[in-house]
Design a protein around this ligand. Structure first.
Ligand code: FAD
Length: 431
């Protein structure tokens, strides 16, 4: 097992840091259990892709980068069993070689499977639930070192409470996921006027397997991403992928962000220029995981909240109004996604089909003001924050919008009576 003392943790967005007295990277379940039993205060970290302080701990920090193997593949049952430190991208590549795939993914695959599961990470598609819904069974090591195995059907009630766990119930030590035969997606992406996108929202959501939208603030254009399953062969050219997904989306975009930092008001024009890219449709067929994932974004700040789908149109109209009537100058896309409701206690989609709306900006200047304005709107529409993104901790509000908050909190106290897995973030949410 690798070990470091006084380890400095820094998250992906570089806005959260801590120094842990002890940092461990176990390689076996036995090592993991011993560590949990012998440590006073423990937090896990996957790849540090959360924007908030959820991982921070000054005592013991455990990472499973070296506990990341595929343990079993059952091609008949279409199930794969993995150690929780495996990254989604590693799993995608492994499954692809076996002509298999995950049925849905978020915008990137850099995260660990356990990290993505614990915060309720999601993709888009109104018939698809959050990524944790692909789990068939998983095991947890509780604070006293006891291992419990939870199955989706057999242990339904407890399983549903533990999937989205914020890392405060115990440590996930093995995960079995349901998978599907590898598939291609037809990606048809084009920009249309914002009002038209809002008015035709139901049609787009219901007639597309995986539908999402990007709004470039200070423009009147909404980019529609429509991904549909297809039997047709892939046809995306390597040149297009290099030119658009690497050269333009990564290098040119980062250059334009720098230009927009010289004078923030230029961001309006830059966004108008960027959206021109989407006037002509992108019409391609590619392997599913390559379509779900977008090019590596530049460092940015991010909040994302989940709302009942019934408020979608009003919410989108009011958000645009909020940005146009304010002094916020935004240089980043605002993403809008959709997921099916579920029964996971701490899932932001618990009990309701969901529209996700986020505020994003690649700029620390004015960020808190933007986040606060967004939250006023989000609370008006009874939104629930993404556990892996930024939000102000308002315990009473969270209690009022998560119907199973009390049940989860009771389970947390039962599983971890001495608060071994409680850090400041968890205290701010549960007291
Ligand atoms: C560029 C970028 C793109 C993103 N895209 C999306 C997206 O498309 N959709 C979306 O919903 N989110 C997205 N996110 C958010 C991200 O998916 C979540 O924050 C996710 O939790 C990060 O996974 P991680 O492995 O980095 O976990 P970390 O951020 O390191 O940890 C997250 C939580 O998981 C817990 N944890 C980790 N391992 C274990 C374990 N073995 N047992 C118990 N608890 C554990 C940690 O304690 C912590 O509570 C994105 C983030 C970034 C930076």
């Amino acid at each position: 097992m690798r070990q470091q003392t006084d380890y400095r943790f820094l998250n992906w967005a570089q806005n959260q840091t801590c120094t842990a007295c002890n940092f461990y990277q176990p390689e076996t379940e036995e090592e993991l259990i011993e560590l949990i039993k012998s440590s006073k205060k423990v937090r896990m970290t996957g790849t540090g892709h959360s924007w908030n302080s959820i991982c921070l701990n000054n005592d013991t920090l455990i990472n499973l980068d070296h506990y990341n193997k595929v343990l079993a593949l059952d091609k008949e049952k279409l199930q794969v069993k993995v150690q929780p430190g495996i990254k989604l991208w590693q799993l995608n590549e492994y499954l692809d070689k076996e002509c298999l795939a995950l049925s849905n993914l978020g915008s990137i695959s850099k995260q660990s499977v356990a990290g993505a599961m614990s915060t309720g990470t999601h993709g888009s598609g109104i018939n698809y639930q959050i990524l944790g819904s692909q789990i068939e069974e998983f095991s947890f090591i509780k604070a006293d070192g006891e291992k419990i195995i939870l199955h989706k059907e057999r242990d339904k009630e407890l399983f549903n409470k533990c999937v989205v766990n914020l890392g405060c119930l115990g440590v996930i030590s093995e995960i079995t996921l349901n998978i599907v035969p590898a598939f291609n997606l037809h990606d048809y992406t084009i920009a249309i006027p914002y009002e038209q996108a809002v008015n035709r929202l139901d049609e787009f959501i219901n007639n597309t397997d995986h539908f999402k939208m990007w709004w470039f603030p200070h423009t009147n254009k909404m980019v529609l991403y429509r991904y549909n399953h297809t039997q047709a062969k892939t046809n995306d050219s390597h040149f297009r992928q290099w030119f658009m997904d690497e050269f333009v989306s990564v290098n040119i975009y980062r250059l334009l962000l720098k230009v927009g930092n010289i004078k923030r008001s230029w961001r309006r024009t830059i966004n108008q220029l960027l959206v021109l890219n989407f006037n002509k449709p992108l019409d391609r067929i590619e392997k599913s995981y390559k379509v779900f994932n977008v090019p590596e974004p530049p460092l940015h700040r991010e909040v994302e909240w989940a709302f009942d789908i019934s408020v979608a149109k009003d919410l989108l109209k009011e958000y645009k109004q909020l940005i146009s009537s304010s002094s916020h100058l935004i240089n980043f896309i605002q993403e809008i996604r959709f997921t099916k409701g579920d029964d996971f206690a701490m899932s932001a989609c618990c009990g309701r089909n969901t529209i996700w709306l986020g505020a994003y900006n690649a700029d620390n200047f004015g960020w808190n003001e933007l986040m606060n304005d967004f939250e006023i709107l989000a609370k008006k529409y009874k939104g629930r924050p993404h556990w892996g993104k930024e939000f102000n901790r308002d315990k009473e509000y969270l209690k009022s919008v998560y119907p199973k908050y009390e049940e989860f909190n009771a389970l947390r106290k039962e599983f971890d009576p001495n608060e071994k897995f409680t850090n400041r973030f968890i205290s701010e949410i549960f007291g």
